[in-house]
Design a protein around this ligand. Sequence first.
Ligand code: HEM
Length: 156
Amino acid sequence: MTRMLKLVAIGMMLVGTAGLQAQGAAKQAPAKGKSLYDRLGGKPAIVAVVDDFVGNVAADKRINAFFAATAADKDRLAKFKGNLVDQICQAAGGPCKYMGKDMKAAHAGMGISGADFDALVEDLTKTLDKFKVGKTEQGELLGVLGPMKAQIVEKK
Ligand code: HEM
């Protein structure tokens, strides 16, 4: 089994001990010249991460009310997850094109607070830790998502 296939299989089983570790991100220095997308494990790894992350959000009482309508409609949920995958893939330098709304339009009128945003980032970090994504890669990913806070948060 290739490293990538192994990674996907492990990700799909949601076993917390391996996952993106196969990319060697946890302990080694990042491979020079490799995009964040490649170091994360490519699209299958991002799909597995988004799946787990959305599961965390759905279980997070601090913010899951925002997603009640999304979680109740499986087509809407699938579309949302697909948009998140494309967005992360593109932001990480992968070959995807995010076709969803810009972050301001997507979250307009939701009344998302800074604490809500931080809770969501915490839920993502939980997933990244579970998949053994190295702190360097986590920092890079949050470095691209973090600046979106200004477009998403509407209140203190
Ligand atoms: C960096 C942080 C975030 C990113 C990257 C992000 C990304 C996205 C994306 C890509 C969409 C889909 C846009 C579309 O349909 O065209 C979306 C929708 C949404 N986001 Fe966020 N978001 C973030 C933070 C948050 C936070 C903090 C909340 C609430 C606590 C939130 C709640 C929602 C909801 C409720 C939707 C609508 C889902 C649906 O279509 O049913 N987001 N977000």
